[in-house]
Design a protein around this ligand. Structure first.
Ligand code: BG6
Length: 277
């Protein structure tokens, strides 16, 4: 990955983050007082044109997965973003429509991704402005790869009772029965009308995952078999992350000409994962 396109954030309290202009991609986040990354980033990631970085926080826009005619997960994650501002503890990146995006999707838009760090918290604010003369619809997500020590020890709480689409199980709709989602093989689910707060624990450490403006939460881990087919993931690294994605999939957003849509995902590092339920 070309280092000249990487932005480094450092808060006065020691929190750190790194972003890449390719995809407007958050690569890394280390909370204050910690020494290890809370995000997973594949060492085989590439930031090449048309390719998405594997790990960190890919920005999915204007189409989640295969929910429309565009290439999987849309084009924002592999487009080159501009830096609007960068301060020690925050940065704002922007992507506007251009000849390349209009060739794929004939809409005028301005995307803004703002990353703020400090203490135990990372906030990612995402906004979409319709700068054209006609309304458009989109689906979107912040496809966050959370680093975990061992996937078998992971429990994700807060989804019990929710309706979800089981994408790994033929797209059937089910209702979550368990108080904690656990990972034993492929998990690929879109939880609809998700709560604003979830908790992820993996034995050693825990995280609070909040979202606002996004209506759904996608939970994904490829499991060993599907991971083996991902050329940009080292063998065994499917055990080192779980994606908890703040998303809008079930009800695409309809954005009128001149209107803006705002959403965010916030991560808070919690110490002592074993004690956290
Ligand atoms: O390999 P990609 O294109 O980054 O997609 C990763 C995964 O992204 C998730 O959001 C989807 O639910 C999965 O179905 C998909 O496999």
């Amino acid at each position: 990955m070309s280092e000249e396109d990487v932005l480094i954030l450092r808060a006065a309290d020691g929190a750190q983050a790194r972003l890449h202009r390719h995809g407007g991609h958050l690569l890394s986040w280390i909370p204050a007082g910690e020494s290890e990354d809370r995000l997973y980033l594949s060492p085989l990631s590439q930031a090449a044109p048309g390719v998405a970085i594997r790990g960190g926080v890919p920005v999915i826009f204007p189409q989640f997965a295969g929910e429309g005619p565009l290439p999987k997960h849309g084009f924002a994650r592999s487009a080159r973003w501009s830096v609007q501002s960068a301060a020690p503890a925050s940065a704002t990146l922007v992507l506007e429509d251009n000849a390349e995006t209009r060739a794929r999707w004939p809409q005028a838009f301005s995307l803004q991704l703002q990353v703020l760090i400090g203490g135990d918290t990372l906030e990612i604010r995402f906004s979409v402005r319709n700068t054209g003369t006609q309304a458009f619809r989109f689906t979107a997500a912040l496809h966050t790869y959370l680093r975990v020590n061992e996937i078998a020890e992971v429990a994700l709480r807060g989804l019990q009772g929710l309706r979800y689409r089981d994408s790994a199980g033929g797209g059937i709709e089910r209702q979550e029965q368990s108080s904690a989602v656990r990972f034993d093989g492929e998990v690929d689910r879109i939880y609809f009308d998700a709560p604003s707060q979830l908790r992820l624990r993996d034995g050693r450490q825990a995280l609070e995952v909040r979202q606002s403006g996004f209506t759904d939460t996608v939970v994904w881990n490829p499991g060993a078999t599907k991971a083996a087919a991902l050329a940009d993931l080292p063998a065994g690294d499917d055990r080192r992350f779980v994606c908890v994605e703040a998303a809008c999939v079930g009800n695409p957003v309809l954005l009128a000409s001149g209107a803006s849509w705002h959403a965010s995902q916030t991560l808070r590092a919690l110490a002592g994962g074993d004690q956290v339920q």
